[in-house]
Every structure is written in C-alpha cells, then in structure tokens.
Design a protein around this ligand. Structure first.
Ligand code: PEP
Ligand code: MG
Length: 772
C-alpha cells in the first residue's frame, strides 16, 4: 500500500512548513534504513521541522501499554524500556481521550507522571497527538520544548497530519517489519465478545472478513497540492450527484443504504464543517484520499466514545460516506475483492440475500450482522445455505478487522473476536460434539415421523434456492411445504423469463419426485425487494402494496408466473399457494387467475398438470376471522406464522427492538392457531404451518398438540424437530394445553418447560429450562 508513497518522485515546489515536512517524510521513508533507524530519523526530522527539542513516538503494545519506540531528545536508553499504562501521564491521557493535548508547562499538569529514565525534567511544553487508524489508537506522537510556551498556529494540525501518515506506515508493515515488532501489535489484541441473537444454528471457528471493508488510500503525500484540491472538489461533486441520483431514481439498490441513511449522507456531503476539514488537510500537503482518511479517523475516534446511540449510528454513515468518496477519488482504491479465506466469517452491518449469495458458499462459514432479525431474508438465505448466523451484534464492526480470528456461535448467539487459545480449544471440542450430533441427526433421516403415542406427522422443507434441494434427501423431508419463488427474482438483475422460471420449478419438482412441492407465488414487497421490480416508496412497506396485492393489481407478472408453473408441471401435480391473503375475495381473484391460465393452457393444447390445487396462505389475523368464507374454495391452507404473528402483535418482524417482544406461546396467539386449525378440520381442508414457529422444536410440539400435523421448516430444523416430536406424548401435551389456553398470561413457555414430562415432553429434551 505504501509503495506509491515511497516511489513517487520527489515533490517539486512544495510550500514550506507542513508541506516541506511531508516531502522530507517521503524521502525518509524511501531510504533503505532499517525500521528502528527510520523511526529515529523520523523523530529527528519532526523535531527539526517543528522547532521542538523533543519528538517521541509511543506505540500501543499488545498488553495495552504505550511503549516509547523512538525519540529525539529523550534518553535513548528509555527507548523500548519506558512503558506507560493506558491513561498514565500526559501520553496516556492522549491515548485515553484519542484527542490532542497541549500543555504550556507539562509538569504542572495534573496528569503529569514523572519517568526518570527518560530524562525529560528539563522539558516544559508538551504536545501529544493520537496516532489513529480505523478509529483505533495505534500510538501517540509527542513534541516537547525546554521553554514553557504557547503553541504556534497549526502546530497540532501538522502533528496530526504526520501522525496519520505514521499510522498508515505502521499498518503497512514497511517501517517496522513484523519480525522486528517484537510483539508490538497495533491492532486490538484483547479478546472481545458480542452477545447477539442466534438466528441460524451452527458453530464456526474462522477468520473475520469485513463486508464492504474500510477503503484505505494508496497515496498519502501530494505531489501537487493544488491538483489535490481540484481532485477533492470533483470527487465531492460526483459523490453528491451519485447520492442525488440514488434518491431520485426512486429505487434504492437492494441491500444498500435505506432512504433515511441516504438522506443523512446527502446532508453530510453538503456539511460545511466536513468539507472545511477535508480542504484543510489537503492544504497541509496530503492527497485528497489521505485527507478523507484523516478526517474520518478523527470523527471515528470521537464518535466511538459517544454514549448516545444516535451519534454512533452516524459513525457508520460517515464511514460509508468516506468509503464512497474514496471510490470517487480512485477507482483502484477499492479493496479489489481479496480472495476469501477457507473459513471466512463475514461481518456486516446488514446484507441482502443477493449479496450474500455472491460469496463463495464453500468458503463462507458464518455470518455476523450488526442488524438483522430472525425472520429477515438474509437470515432465511443463511439458513438455507446451512451457514450459522448471529444477528444484532451491535458495534462489532468497530472492533474487528479482516483477518482477526473469530468464533461464531449460532447456538447461543455469540461472536467472539480474537479468542484465547483455551477458548478456541473449548469451542473446537464443542464443534466436534456438534458434528457428532449432526452425524447422528443424519442417521435419523429415515426415522418414522410419529410421536411417542403413535400420532403421525409430516415435516416439509421451506426452500427457495436450487442448492437447497439436496437437503430433501439429507433430511428425509416429506416434500417442499413452501417454495419461496421470489428468491429467484431477488437474486437476478433482470426479470426471470417464463422459461427461466419454468426451468427452476421443474427442477424443484424433479427433486421432489413423488413428494409434493408447494410453490408460493411471488411474495415481493415488504423486506423482499428485487432489482427488477417496480420502484416503490411506501411509508410502511410491511403493510403496503406487497405480495398478492401487487399480483392482483398488476396481474402481468403473476399471470406469467402461473404460466411457468403450469408449463413446469406438465404431467405432474401442481400446488400453487397465494401469499398474504387478507380477505377472501383476494383469494378468489387469485384462484380465478389460476383457473383462467389452466383453461388457456388447455385451449392451446399445452401439456397439462396431472392435477392442480390452489392454496391460501394465511398470514393475516383478518383472514383468520374470515376463514369459513374462504375455505370452500381453498384446496389447502398454509399458515405463514412469521407474518401472522407480525400482524397479530403489530410488531415488525424486521425490527429487532420489537420482534422478540411477544411470545407465540402466549394463550391469545395459540388460540388463534387453534381457531385456524379447527376451521380447516371442520371444512376438511388440509392445513400446514410454515415460518419460524414451525422450525422450533417446542413450538412444533405445541402446534402438534393443537391438532396440526404438517409443518414446514428450514432444512436444519428437520432433525431437531423430528427428534423432539418422536419423543412427545402429544395426547398429554394436548390435555395440558387445553386447560391453559383460555387462561390469561404472557407466555406458557416457562410453565411448559417446568412441567416437562408432565406436559408430555420427552424427559431428555429439557435441560435447564431450555430445549436441547
Ligand atoms: C411466513 O410469513 O411465515 C412465511 C413463511 O413467509 P415469509 O417468511 O417468506 O414471509
Ligand atoms: Mg410471509
């Protein structure tokens, strides 16, 4: 990264002051001296250029102490011997606050700490600036004089500029070869743990890969500062236009920033303070890229210390904005997709399903998201791929760098950065135990689907990607209970054609063989966005124009999809499920469309499905209350528990603050499930439950006790659910529930776990009030 800094031609006519200092800095770095010599020369040069008597560089050690690594003016014996603890002395204060500190008379400063070995008694004035990189403290650069004095204008800025370059040089490993570092590690080395939500099971020990990493500038010192100013202006203009374009186009890139975030970007991109800081840094002799980096580092360090969440949110925005500006400045500054390590654990703020699928699935072993909730689509894709995912690890991105060793625990929702050896060992043991368990589960694929008291049940897969079809065999599932057809649309840049759709549907039917496959028609809108769908801007997308509403209002797309389904099902059974039905007439209209397409295919003499059925996806409480009216025309019902519960509790499934607030095992929610089941039984219409509720063993047991016998779930849940259900006395659980469903209460969960065997649960399934 530093090559350009070292190899660029000597600057021509740099102005004196900071610019001359930067020019000398470049020559010094280009010299073939060893690392220590370079650091020593650097301190001498800084002292000379700034008129100081002392210039010293302290770097952060693995232990957290700040070690004097080079000095001009203090005793040379102190180098590598003087270590200041975090917060100790004025240097420690600079480190603690990550802000510059100036004292006219250092020894009278309350934080002064005397270190005789340095011989610093004769020196009076002190200036220290943090050496920051990526918002982290790498070290402290100080300057001292023997006279008590006040600072000259711009002196701190000059030192900050040098510190910024120093940080890049240190990170590049060119000034201090790693083997000479003697354990001097500028990255945070302490292990850190983040407790988040366990959204996709599994355990991975691997290496962190930051999604959309921090972009670092390639050139740091300007050849021609005027040129740099002009480049900065052009890039800022381009950045503003690009943001305006994204906002005005009406369609935001999937997985990218939301409208609110873009509005914030637009505000920052016009913020006078930010622009002034950038210009000042360029005037000092930095390249436009280095100026962006320097200003970003300062903001980062400051915002990271903010207690207020809103400020910390802004940190992400500024980080993104700086990356965008760097990309406008230099196309090559993007991290050109370094190869993914074999055991990559991706760390992202948020990610869209399409972006997730862009990563090599053989190498991606885990995913940690700062945002995300259990039922968001990235999570559904991660589950489909069998990748552990931990969500809501807020602040993780600020603490991790690509290459850090990490452990991702999708069972307990933990992300552990830079784990100690014994933690790695403990997890390696657990990972081995889990693979044994997975092997045992794999053997269960042929286990009968029947409860301990002899009641049969059927477990189906929720799927949406071709790659998931092999899980049918692996799990021994009874078929596909929910095929989310929108995934194909979400991962494509252009609208899939009828024949492309038919190829996919046909492959799904091939994989299922004699087993049923239920195709849900497009469920776009809400959190499901596609690059090819019409632009939408809705105040409340979950309650907006989505799924069947779109399908009925603009029937073109739905009609073509129905055609593709009919085409794929030639000579076979076709099950079509219509999502988000909120009122019977919507289902009737959708069914009419299917009937019309069947009639059309017949008329044109196309090969016909052997049999077809139209299903109603019950995802709104309103539909549950109108079910008796709709059932006479429904061939089957699938309860979409994710959405049904979202609307029942009026709690956004994507909003982590509220998505776990209410429990599906509460009497009112269970009464709703019971009503639906009883109505379907009364009309003799088969009913299944899909959504996350059916994927959880305890919830699945309760659904069985309410009379449901068909459950559809992510592949990874089949074996754990089947294991629990095999040991369940469903008659007993039914009786236990019956007496409690009409009670009031927040959740039956604790009571049920407490009752354990008395409620019909298998004894070995409950441990410490949790299901294993
Ligand atoms: C549901 O809502 O429960 C469901 C299965 O559909 P999706 O999660 O795709 O909205
Ligand atoms: Mg749904």
């Amino acid at each position: 990264m530093m090559d350009d800094v070292l190899n660029t031609p000597e600057a021509k006519d740099l102005a004196p002051g900071p610019r001359r200092l930067l020019s000398r800095l470049r020559s010094l770095m280009a010299a073939q001296d060893n690392a220590q010599k370079r650091l020593d020369n650097l301190t001498s040069m800084i002292a000379e250029e700034t008129g100081a008597d002392v210039s010293s560089i302290y770097l952060a050690r693995r232990s957290g102490a700040l070690e004097l690594c080079a000095t001009h003016g203090l005793n040379q014996e102190a180098v590598h011997n003087t270590r200041l603890q975090h917060g100790e002395g004025l240097v420690g204060q600079v480190a603690l606050t990550a802000k510059p500190l100036a004292a006219a008379d250092a020894q009278s400063h309350p934080a002064f700490s005397y270190r005789p070995e340095t011989g610093e008694e004769p020196f009076k004035s002190f200036v220290g600036v943090p050496i920051l990189r990526g918002g982290r403290l790498v070290g402290v650069l100080t300057s001292q004089t023997s006279e008590a004095r006040t600072l000259a204008d711009g002196e701190i800025e000059t030192l900050q500029t040098v510190a910024m370059i120093l940080a890049e040089i240190i990170a590049s490993g060119q000034i201090i070869a790693p083997e000479e570092l003697a354990g001097l590690d500028v990255r945070p080395s302490k292990s850190e743990r983040f407790q988040g939500g366990a959204f996709s099971p599994g355990l991975s020990i691997g290496v962190a890969v930051v999604h959309e990493p921090h972009v670092s500038p390639v050139r740091l010192i300007a050849d021609d500062p005027e040129d740099e100013e002009a480049r900065l202006d052009i890039a800022i203009n381009e950045l503003r236009l690009a943001i305006d374009d994204m906002l005005d186009a009406g369609r935001l890139p999937f997985g990218g920033p939301t409208r609110d975030v873009l509005e914030a970007y637009r505000m920052f991109a016009h913020d006078r303070g930010w622009l002034r800081q950038l210009r000042d840094a360029v005037k000092q002799g930095l390249t436009a890229e280095a100026a962006v980096e320097r200003v970003r580092n300062e903001h980062r360090a400051r915002l990271m210390q903010a207690k207020d969440m809103n400020f910390r949110e802004r940190l992400h925005d500024l980080e993104d904005l700086a990356n965008r500006l760097l990309r406008h400045l230099d196309e090559n500054s993007q991290d050109a997709g370094a190869p993914l390590p074999d055991n990559a654990i991706l760390i992202a703020r948020s990610i869209g399903p399409a972006e997730l699928l862009d990563y090599d699935r053989n190498k991606l072993k885990g995913l940690a998201l700062e945002e995300g909730s259990a039922t968001s689509h990235a999570v559904i894709v991660a589950k489909a791929l069998g990748i552990p995912l931990v969500g809501q690890v807020e602040g993780a991105l600020d603490r991790v760098e690509t290459g850090d060793p990490v452990i991702l625990d999708g069972e307990f929702g933990l992300l552990i950065m830079r784990p100690s050896e014994d933690v790695v060992e403990a997890y390696a043991d657990r990972a081995a135990a889990m693979s044994r368990r997975a092997a045992a589960f794999a053997k269960l694929k042929d286990a009968p689907s029947v409860t301990a008291d002899g009641k049969p049940f059927e477990l189906y897969l929720n799927a949406g990607l071709l790659i998931e079809l092999k899980r049918l065999e692996e799990t021994g599932a009874a078929g596909i209970g929910l095929f989310r057809t929108e995934f194909q649309f979400m991962v494509a840049d252009t609208l899939p054609t009828v024949s492309e759709q038919a190829v996919l549907y046909s492959a799904v039917m091939d994989a299922c063989g004699a087993r049923p496959a239920v195709f849900r028609t497009l469920d776009l809108g809400g959190d499901k966005v596609t690059a090819s769908a019409p632009a939408m801007r809705e105040p409340n997308p979950a309650l907006g124009w989505r799924a069947i509403r779109m399908g009925l209002d603009r029937p073109g797309l739905l009609r073509l999809q129905l055609r593709a389904l009919i085409q794929a099902a030639a000579g076979r059974k076709l099950d079509v499920l219509f999502p988000m039905i909120a009122a019977p007439w919507e289902f009737f209209a959708a069914r009419d469309m299917l009937e019309a397409e069947i009639a059309r295919a017949e008329k044109y003499g196309h090969p016909m499905p052997k049999k077809w059925r139209a299903g109603l996806m019950l995802e709104t409480p309103g539909m549950a209350f109108a079910i008796d009216e709709a059932l006479p025309r429904a061939d089957f019902v699938a309860v979409g528990a994710n959405d049904l519960m979202q609307y029942f509790f009026a709690a956004d499934r994507l909003n982590a603050r509220v998505s776990d607030r209410y429990d599906v095992l509460s009497p009112p929610a269970l009464r709703l499930f019971r009503t639906i089941q009883q109505a379907c039984a009364h009309h003799d219409v088969p009913v299944s439950v899909c959504g996350e509720t059916a994927s959880k063993p305890l919830e699945a047991a309760v659904l069985l006790a309410l009379g449901y016998t068909k459950l559809s779930m992510a592949a990874g849940s089949v074996a754990p659910v089947r294991t629990l259900l095999n040991g369940l006395d469903v008659g007993r659980l039914g009786a236990w529930l019956a007496s409690r469903l009409d009670h009031s209460g927040r959740s039956l969960r604790p009571e049920l776990l407490e009752a354990g065997v008395d409620a019909g649960l298998p004894p070995e399934a409950v441990d410490n009030s949790r299901i294993i």
